[in-house]
Design a protein around this ligand. Structure first.
Ligand SMILES: C[S@@+](CC[C@H](N)C(=O)[O-])C[C@H]1O[C@@H](n2cnc3c(N)ncnc32)[C@H](O)[C@@H]1O
Length: 218
């Protein structure tokens, strides 16, 4: 897999996958996109829960999970995260990514990457993570999560991951009142999510993008 390093609009880095002609995050700002889509529009909605069970599609650079860890510390909220990734990044790549704003954050980022796959690891008082090296098409969870970070490459790049069949697997994975957040605001994605029973809101997108989607399992 040919990957290149880019600096985005908020000075945080991202990766560019040349074969797909797609970046891992918004070119307007990787960190601010992750913060807006997955923390502000996602986790912040679930502060009433004692423990938040998170499922992420696409561990990638680990940026979303770095911010999720920070959320758990900030709110002293228990977060149990499961993140799947079909193509884990080599150390040679992830060790060159610097998202961190402090030495502590850098240490957390390294730990998240060094945690073994297929095993739950604990970090501090509130946070645990299990990374799974598998494809989204193969998940079979039943009502196990409160939130899904749906962070696949775009629907035009990976159309097989944005189908009603895959959305059904995600719907089944969520517990009642669970939410799915994604940076995409595409009409077809919204309609497909609605067709399998999600209530879908179009909400304000991150800087550089007008809208994003938040879907709820009622
Ligand atoms: C948009 S990037 C995700 C970025 C990641 N959340 C982050 O913060 O860096 C999409 C990720 O999905 C992974 N991926 C692609 N196809 C997949 C599949 N079928 N199942 C699981 N992960 C997949 C890619 O390797 C990539 O890491």
């Amino acid at each position: 897999m040919k990957l290149e390093f880019l600096t985005t609009g908020d000075k945080s880095p991202t990766l560019f996958n040349r074969a797909l002609n797609e970046t891992y995050h918004s070119r307007h700002g990787a960190r601010q996109e992750s913060e807006h889509v997955y923390v502000i529009s996602g986790l912040d909605e679930l502060l009433h829960l004692d423990t938040i069970r998170v499922f992420e599609m696409g561990f990638g650079t680990g940026l979303n999970i770095l911010l999720a860890h920070q959320f758990s510390e900030l709110h002293q909220k228990k977060l149990d995260v499961t993140s799947i990734e079909l193509y884990p990044l080599d150390k040679e790549i992830w060790s060159q990514l610097d998202f961190s704003k402090s030495a502590v954050e850098k240490e957390v980022f390294t730990k998240l990457h060094q945690f073994p796959w297929e095993k739950r690891s604990v970090l501090g008082t509130y946070f645990s993570l299990e990374k799974r090296n598998m494809g989204l098409e193969d998940i079979r969870y039943q009502s196990e999560f409160d939130i899904i970070f749906f962070d696949a490459f775009g629907p035009d790049k990976q159309p097989h991951l944005w189908t009603p069949d895959v959305f059904q697997l995600l719907f089944d994975s969520l517990d009642t009142n669970g939410i799915l957040v994604t940076y995409s605001a595409k009409g077809q994605v919204r309609r497909d999510l609605q067709s399998i029973g999600f209530e879908v809101e179009r909400i304000q997108g991150p800087p550089g993008k007008r809208e994003m989607l938040r879907a709820r399992k009622k």
